[in-house]
Write a protein that binds this ligand. Structure first.
Ligand SMILES: Cc1cc2nc3c(=O)[nH]c(=O)nc-3n(C[C@H](O)[C@H](O)[C@H](O)COP(=O)(O)O)c2cc1C
Length: 357
């Protein structure tokens, strides 16, 4: 089966010619009126595809047509930014769960996608210029039908080395990105704090003070538009608690997780991806489900303990409808699947069926 985002093609080829496979077909029949709510909005099912594989409006529209009701437009920036060279996505050979200890070693990665369970992604968070992505994101917003929701994902870009007041400029760039997304009509924002492929060892989500400053500045600007924070896996429970305590009064929810970083090698033990800074890439799919589930449980416990009302979006290793149900049972208000949906595009319809739609 051809995935709707085809890892055997470059990012630009996918962008220009996709989606592929089943997503190039007309879609599934409409369902009964929306039966669930997410962030106060009616949705058929609080299930969809997270930031990444839906690279533009054509992909988002296909996802909406194929039974995915809450979908995220791939992360954008305030200025154009190229993709890492091809390949960006490889099959990663992991037997069972990818523990943090295993991830510290080397994992075999290649282009053999047969029976795919886990993959890597190494894109460098490419973006078109806002002049191009704003009208396209507006088209993706318009493609959402009744009971469907488009989420706009964005992130900030570091100012050039040596620029004056780099911290303030970095904060301002996040605010500008969020404002540009709001201008498209996107009803929900998601700030990506968790991409490991930017050449920095530390992810923004591990810097609570910076997240508080940035999220506060964004909310001041965008007002009532709900803001989700996309988190990495937190090994340190007290760090997660500190982040949630500091931000739960500012933001509307958390999406977790992104990927687990690991060093990828080919059969000869050489780096599997070409170019400097790409030795480590994010692993997603079946092998990280334990981490996504665990983060959802921990976020739900923090929510209960604080008597808070924030939303939780469960992401990571959702490959079939039963995994989605497990995420919901763990406390997720919405669930998303990237790898599973890419290789099993009928998953949206399966989830609707499993939830009685
Ligand atoms: C092809 C691809 C591209 C991705 N790009 C982004 C991105 O731009 N922004 C982001 O926040 N996450 C990105 N991700 C991470 C996913 O949103 C998700 O967190 C991760 O893949 C784990 O979910 P999964 O196990 O269902 O794949 C990407 C994932 C894939 C597979």
């Amino acid at each position: 089966m051809t995935p709707f985002y085809d890892p055997l093609r470059s990012f630009e080829d996918n962008y220009a010619n996709g989606p592929f496979g089943a997503f190039a077909e007309p879609g599934v029949a409409a369902v009964a009126p929306p039966a669930e709510r997410f962030l106060g909005r009616p949705v058929h099912r609080a299930f969809g595809i997270p930031a990444g594989p839906l690279v533009n409006a054509a992909f988002c529209a296909a996802a909406f047509r194929h039974g995915y009701d809450v979908n995220v437009y791939k992360t954008v920036r305030t200025r154009s930014h190229p993709s890492h060279p091809f390949p960006n996505t490889l099959r990663v050979h992991v037997g069972g769960d990818l523990s943090l200890e295993t991830a510290r070693g080397a994992l075999l990665a290649d282009a053999d996608f047969r029976g795919t369970a886990s993959i890597s992604n190494s894109f460098g968070v490419p973006s078109r210029d806002p002049d191009e992505w704003q009208p396209d994101m507006a088209a993706a917003v318009a493609a959402a039908g009744d009971g469907q929701l488009l989420v706009g994902s964005f992130q900030g870009t570091h100012p050039a080395p040596g620029a004056a007041d780099r911290v303030s400029a970095y904060v301002a760039d996040h605010v500008a990105a969020a404002s540009l997304v709001v201008e498209t009509g996107a009803p929900v924002l998601e700030m990506n704090l968790s991409c490991p492929n930017e050449g920095t060892a530390d992810l923004l989500c591990f810097d609570t003070a910076a997240v508080v400053r940035i999220a506060g500045a964004i909310k001041e600007k965008v007002g009532d538009v709900p803001l989700l924070l996309k988190l990495a896996y937190f090994a340190d429970d007290s760090a997660l608690a500190a982040l949630v305590h500091a931000t739960a009064g500012i933001v509307d929810g958390y999406a977790a997780i992104n990927t687990i970083p690991a060093r990828l090698v080919d059969a000869a033990g050489r780096p599997a991806l070409p170019g400097p800074g790409r030795e480590v890439a994010g692993v997603c799919g079946d092998a990280i489900r334990w981490a996504g589930l665990e983060m959802v449980r921990r976020l739900a416990r923090l929510r209960d303990d604080a008597g808070a009302g924030f939303a939780i979006v469960g992401v990571g290793g959702v490959m079939e409808a039963s995994h989605h149900l497990a995420m919901r049972a763990a406390g997720a208000d919405a669930v998303m699947s990237a790898t599973g949906a890419m290789f099993r595009p009928g998953l949206g319809a399966e989830v609707r069926a499993a939830r009685g739609a």
